[in-house]
Design a protein around this ligand. Structure first.
Ligand code: NAD
Length: 497
């Protein structure tokens, strides 16, 4: 689908979806912009506390009246219908995602399949939810069941927006909770298209609701709504901190998927070519706007010159350009403000003393839009800001280490702990380092390849809690233990003497 075909699919206005209907709740609208041109694409409803309240009420009613008591297999049927709709509209969804985020079309096409798979996967999980039995003969047979909690507020970021929305909506609905989604304000278009697909799947009204808007108004209202006991948030660490503060008064349960500064640790005995390929994939796909990006390369000094040279040669050849061009590997960054932020890190070279070995500028052939060259920073030291802070753009920082102990110390010398990637052929070392590195997830001799059954999430400042597989149910459901007396066990008699 071309850019102009895709533009024709964008609605003039993006509205909230409450109780099964698209609604205009207020007169306030904001612009959503095309990252390739910074021209307005559409107008988006700016939700306020009243819109959030209406959505939360609809979700609460649907929870109590129908959704929580529906058998898992019936919920699964709805989820599979949503997945079918997504696959039918795969090309439109991918093209709209590319238009709105600047992520190259080749990459968004793959993501839509993954996003649809989230619904299929959790549909299957919904039919397999089990409890636990605790036989305690002769007097008791105790058991524990998972019960849905209520309304979940789902707050999502602009990087891979559709993927991350489905990653929350699917387990939420599979568990028997109902949802109010607050999509990111810089990338609302695929949320709108997904909402149409969900509407067609004919879910009972109120089970799924969307309130668009800014974080500080719509997002904050959702977090402080008394009848939204669950908040699943993906975004920046500082936003997560604010959300936890604001939700504390109602003692909400939070799932926090936050920022990262994940290390790629390459030892001298690694498979050199595969490590180069994986490092480039992990850093420069999704425009470098990937939470699990391996944005800190720690390479053993004995192979560092050769490794940096191999990376530099490839990074110079990364094709930056129109995200609708199938040969493009790196599209424009999401927003002008974000471009400035990423560029400001590269500009620290002067004051911090690292070297911009490749890239670092706007490409000459793309004077408009938020284009940035793929960038390699060398001579980076662990305490520099570019080694400590999440840049969230196509910027790879290279640090050098001497031995295993130094590699582990360096890997752990940041406040984040989302992912780590370890490259070595020494099995014992691979496992030692994986266990010593402070992160929620490690990939050994691999790029990031997801397994939906495994716990996903970060440690330290990268998050709280895990989602994925049965771990998602730990967040979206609550255990209830039932103690059953089997007969006439002794009961101490009070006041009987
Ligand atoms: P962000 O924190 O700015 O915004 C995320 C969402 O929170 C948006 O919908 C925003 O409107 C909303 N929000 C902002 N302030 C709010 C408030 N006070 N109350 C309620 N909601 C509020 O993040 P972003 O810039 O959209 O996304 C990039 C960040 O997300 C990066 O740090 C990245 O690492 C992180 N991320 C993490 C994961 C993960 O799984 N750990 C995945 C993807 C992205």
């Amino acid at each position: 689908m071309t850019r102009s075909d895709t533009l024709a699919l964008v609605p003039d206005k993006i509205r909230h979806f409450i109780n099964g209907e698209f609604v205009d709740h207020s007169d306030a609208w904001f612009d959503d912009r095309d990252p390739a041109t910074n021209q307005s694409l559409t107008q988006v409803a700016s939700g306020d506390a009243a819109a959030v309240d209406q959505a939360a009420r609809a979700a609460r009613e649907a929870f109590q009246a129908v959704w929580r008591d529906l058998p898992g297999r019936d919920r699964a049927r709805y989820l599979n219908r949503i997945a079918d709709g997504m696959m039918r509209d795969r090309e439109a969804l991918a093209s709209l995602e590319t238009l709105d985020t600047g992520i190259p079309i080749r990459q968004t096409l793959g993501q839509i399949e993954r996003a649809a798979e989230n619904f299929r996967f959790f549909a299957e999980m919904a039919t397999r939810m089990t409890g636990e039995a605790f036989p305690n003969p002769p007097h008791f047979q105790n058991y524990a069941i998972r019960q849905p909690v209520g309304v979940a507020g789902l707050i999502t970021p602009w990087n891979t927006p559709l993927m991350l929305e489905t990653w929350k909506i699917a387990p939420c609905l599979a568990s028997g909770d109902t949802a109010v989604l607050k999509p990111a304000e810089w990338s609302p278009i695929t949320a709108e298209r997904l909402t149409r697909i969900i509407q067609e799947a004919d879910l009972p009204p109120g089970v799924f609701n969307v309130v668009h808007g800014l974080g500080e108004s719509a997002g904050a209202a959702l977090v402080s709504h008394p009848n939204v006991p669950l908040i699943s948030f993906t975004g920046e660490t500082t936003t997560g901190q604010e959300i936890m503060r604001n939700g504390a008064q109602y003692l909400k349960r939070f799932s926090m998927e936050l920022g990262g500064k994940s290390p790629v640790i390459v030892f001298e005995d690694a498979d050199f070519d595969r490590a180069v390929d994986a490092t480039l994939f992990g850093m420069f796909t999704l425009n470098g706007e990937r939470c699990t990006a391996g944005s800190r390369l720690l390479v053993q000094d004995s192979i560092a010159d050769r490794f940096e040279a191999a990376l530099a040669e490839r990074i110079r050849r990364i094709r930056v350009g129109d995200p609708f061009d199938e040969t493009t590997e790196l599209g424009p960054l999401i927003h002008e403000e974000h471009w400035q932020r990423v560029k400001s890190y590269i500009d620290l070279a002067q004051s911090e003393g690292f070297q911009v070995a490749v890239g670092g500028n706007r490409p000459a052939q793309w004077p408009q839009g938020n284009f940035l060259e793929a960038t390699l920073l060398t001579k980076v030291l662990p305490t520099m800001r570019v080694a400590q802070e999440e840049i969230f753009g196509p910027v790879l920082a290279v640090l050098r280490f001497h031995d295993e102990a130094e590699a582990v110390a360096m890997a752990n010398q940041v406040r984040y702990g989302l992912a780590a990637y370890v490259w070595t052929r020494d099995v014992a070392r691979a496992n030692r380092v994986s266990q010593a590195v402070e992160s929620g997830m490690v990939w050994l001799n691999s790029q990031n390849v997801r397994d939906l059954r495994t716990p996903f999430g970060g440690s330290k400042w990268s998050g709280i809690g895990r989602e994925g597989g049965v771990h998602s149910f730990d967040f979206y459901t609550e255990w209830k233990t039932v103690h059953v007396a089997l007969g006439t066990h002794p009961i101490p008699r009070v006041g009987a003497s």
